[in-house]
Design a protein around this ligand. Sequence first.
Ligand code: ATP
Length: 369
Amino acid sequence: MAQVEFKHVIKEYHDEKRGTFTAVSDSNFVIQDKEFVVFVGPSGCGKTTSLRMIAGLETQSSGDIIIGDRIVNNLHPKDRDIAMVFQDYALYPHMTIKENLSFGLKNLKRPKAEIEQKVMDASNILGLTEMLDRKPKELSGGQRQRVAVGRAIVRDPQVFLFDEPLSNLDAKLRIQMRVELAELHKRLGATIVYVTHDQVEAMTLGERIVVMNKGRVQQIASPSVLYNQPQNMFVAGFIGSPAMNFMDARFENGKAHLEGATFTLSEAQIRALKAYEGQPVTMGVRPEHIYDPLFAQKMDISDVNSMNATVQVIEHLGAETLVYFRVGERMVTARVNPETDIRLGQTITFIFDPNKMHFFDPKTEERIA
Ligand code: ATP
């Protein structure tokens, strides 16, 4: 069993400028055996520090880290049975690909035949057999990335740790490698912990995602739960592109009152918002859930929750068109069908999907409904 668990893990750094700085505060989670879990969050949120603590490259200030059935708090990285793939691949430039792949096993003094077999197996899986005699500089970025993964595979570890492994690749190659990594996970049936700041990468790769911000875990859930039931405004705004729109509203008499519109709510929404009668709330709607009249009609979506607004900006992206308009002080984005004829300065009736509206407490930023 290669489960990875954090129990009340805290990591503090001490430096002259910031004094004591908490990079990871009271982190708790269980990554199941064979699960692909992604740590995601903006720069500095503590995701790399968390990964490095699993690897044993950083020591936690307090709490327990468990891999399999062992508490590994004080265990040296080489004794943790993990393999890490770094952002810069960390290949040895003077060695051939074959030497790079076998290096770790040679260090472990494994029998020659076993090393040979493992290197061949990994090369086959990753399509590297043709380039075993080349040096890293003779490989493309994507191929080098595969060698870095191969070096982890030959070790046959309990847990694979990936630290932003695709960030040095161009956009097209990143998508290709993303697919390869997902396939590799299925094939290896291994536990994978993967760090990225890219929410799209997190959503496509992770079976579950740990969303972090400012050293705190914000939510741990599957991609669809993060998208449909975000815990708070941070998660709601971080997951999804373009980001969820937030609008100021007031809840009164079972309705949400916004500048320029009053929206009817469902029974469940009214129940959840009961304690907010007469109070301000923050309404959240994703751009893909605000429709132009033609689309709403086609999809048979009622126009009870609609608002007239003047189009401020239009972005044609090919497969979709983004339309920007103002609600009060806030700029709101709608993602509309590119075939809809919308012009700058035009006043449009935008229809908000009643089943896709979220409400947040403006102070705590937690989701209410
Ligand atoms: P990025 O995407 O930029 O790598 P991250 O989420 O991985 O960000 P971490 O590298 O885990 O963030 O860093 C978390 C915080 O801890 C940051 O504020 C960082 O400055 C701080 N930090 C990391 N390593 C050290 C260190 N050795 N000494 C002091 N502070 C550190």
